[in-house]
Design a protein around this ligand. Structure first.
Ligand SMILES: [Zn+2]
Length: 103
């Protein structure tokens, strides 16, 4: 797997980040840094790299604004937290990339 220039990947979350993470989270992107954990960190890395591209495309604020708006829209329509998360367009794109062998 080829990483974009300047991206730093760390296995395991730093101690200071743990209190902010929901249970079951296996990857998170903070700026140019990606933290992964869990059974399949390469798969998680593919997912997080898609989010990094989305953020580069839209800008951080626009990305999170639309992510939250889509999530809440799903919740208001009766989706469970997990269903709402998986129906966010950014997540659909990232989950699809998890299964690809190349980036
Ligand atoms: Zn995601």
């Amino acid at each position: 797997m080829r990483l974009p220039d300047g991206v730093i990947v760390r296995y395991r979350f730093p101690w200071w980040l743990r209190p902010f993470l929901l249970r079951g989270v296996v990857g998170i992107t903070l700026g140019r840094r990606i933290y992964v954990e869990g059974d399949d960190p390469v798969r998680t890395l593919r997912h997080e790299l898609v989010h990094m591209q989305q953020i580069a495309r839209l800008g951080l604020l626009c990305f999170y604004w639309r992510w939250i708006r889509e999530y809440l829209g799903q919740r208001f329509r009766g989706a469970s937290a997990d269903q709402a998360y998986r129906r966010i367009s950014f997540e659909i794109e990232a989950f699809a990339a998890e299964r690809e062998e190349t980036l």
